[in-house]
Design a protein around this ligand. Structure first.
Ligand SMILES: *Cc1c(COP(=O)(O)O)cnc(C)c1O
Length: 397
């Protein structure tokens, strides 16, 4: 048995079968390159689903994390810790939001946002104004409540009863928001629907929805779990929409590979949670926060400008490749629309043969390369992607 076969056998015997995995086990990596247990090399165009912002094992990030690790790994939220306050300060200064609550993953951050919105409304108006409007085709997480918030029917099965109080409206339809606004405390939006197929929500619509929400004291929650932390070429995507959300959630890329998430509160919402109103044991973990501080310090305007340029370059090259109809998304969050009959999953599988890790988002191939990827790695990955697209056409699968 090869090393891979041993790992696969153990996984199949002992790990819950909730994931459909590709037949590859990655052993190690550096920046955008990694190797499997047979020594085969891959260019990583996934960054672990938008998580490894600075690629694999960035030297500065590893130092920041390991230095903190050898000082204090955890103490609980009963005490103050330095990395947590530094990270909160950086996030607030860079976004104009006022306070941060730290959690451990995207769904948990969105739960915090939903709880805060409901409490804001409860404190001010009492019971009954608890509805959260979300968009069709959205994705907000896998807990029972964030599944309820997710505007895709495929996610509303088995786990009944789901949390009440969510209403879905089509993206781009302001009248639908108005019609759903009775009894609503918040409108929750992913500006670029990631899992939904890398679909950008219209800018004018979002601005008009913001205006309507402000006039009616409906909070605007922006789920930046996938779009945040530099992914779209600005620290947060909402900056490019010219809006001022009341609550913003971040997760995937914030910890650079360690579990960490944040709920950011604006002026209206910063005092909604008082002592005991919301908590999580691991939230604001010093090791994860120390890594995140390093990441945010690296993401200056030059770094973000570079993300935009690299994104444009990749988009331009991909646009000319075989089987490609077009591209979508912003910055280094890239959707690839394929010609009819070409399945995104087949392109991803061919990519494993040609040496590139890719993602799907519904019918599209999705690229979320590490933001630190260099020009050489981009070209190598694009060549492997080109060959994968060629192959998938040849064999008809
Ligand atoms: C991934 C994702 C989530 C869920 O995050 P988890 O860390 O898997 O809980 C929520 N919202 C968006 C937009 C996401 O992309």
């Amino acid at each position: 048995m090869t090393e891979f076969e041993k790992i696969q056998k153990l996984d199949s015997e002992y790990v819950c079968h909730s994931y459909g995995r590709f037949p590859v086990a990655i052993e190690k990596g550096k920046n955008a390159l990694c190797r499997d247990f047979d020594g085969k090399k891959y260019v990583d165009f996934t960054s672990g689903i938008g998580v490894n912002s600075l690629g694999f094992c960035d030297g500065g990030w590893v130092s920041a994390v390991t230095e903190q690790l050898s000082k204090l790994q955890h103490i609980s939220n009963l005490y103050y810790t330095e990395p947590c306050v530094k990270l909160a300060k950086l996030l607030c200064e860079k976004t104009g939001l006022k306070r941060a609550f730290f959690a451990n993953g995207g769904a948990e951050a969105n739960e915090g946002a939903i709880k805060a919105a409901r409490k804001y409304s409860f404190d001010k108006y009492g019971r009954g104004r608890s509805k959260i409007i979300t968009l069709e085709n959205s994705f907000h997480g896998r807990t029972v409540t964030t599944l309820s918030a997710t505007g895709q029917d495929v996610f509303h099965n088995y786990y009944f009863p789901f949390t009440e109080g969510f209403e879905f409206v089509p993206a781009g339809d302001l009248e639908a928001v108005k019609a759903a606004s009775d009894g609503a405390c918040a409108l929750m939006i992913e500006l670029i629907q990631g899992e939904g197929g890398v679909v950008a929500v219209d800018r004018e619509y979002v601005k008009n929805a913001e205006k309507f929400c402000k006039e009616n004291d409906i909070l605007l929650i922006i789920d930046e779990v996938q779009t945040g932390i530099g992914r779209t070429g600005t620290l947060f995507c909402f900056e490019q929409y010219g809006i001022e959300p009341d609550i913003v959630t971040a997760a995937k890329g914030i910890g650079g590979g360690l579990p960490l998430a944040a709920v950011l509160f604006g002026d209206k919402t910063k005092d909604v949670f008082g002592p005991g109103d919301h908590a999580t044991t691991f939230g604001g973990n010093p090791v994860a926060c120390a890594g995140a501080v390093y990441i945010l310090e690296r993401m200056d305007s030059e770094f973000l400008e570079d993300v935009k340029k690299k994104g444009e370059y990749i988009r331009e090259r991909v646009g000319k490749m075989p089987r490609v109809k077009g591209t979508s998304g912003l910055g280094m969050m890239i959707g690839i629309e394929l010609e009819d009959g070409i399945k995104s999953g087949d392109v991803v599988r061919k990519g494993l043969e040609t040496g590139v890790l890719l993602l799907t988002a519904k019918a599209k191939v999705r690229l979320l390369p590490p933001l630190s990827i260099n020009a050489e790695e981009i070209d190598e990955g694009l060549e492997a992607l080109y060959r994968a697209l060629e192959k998938v056409g040849e064999t008809g699968n």
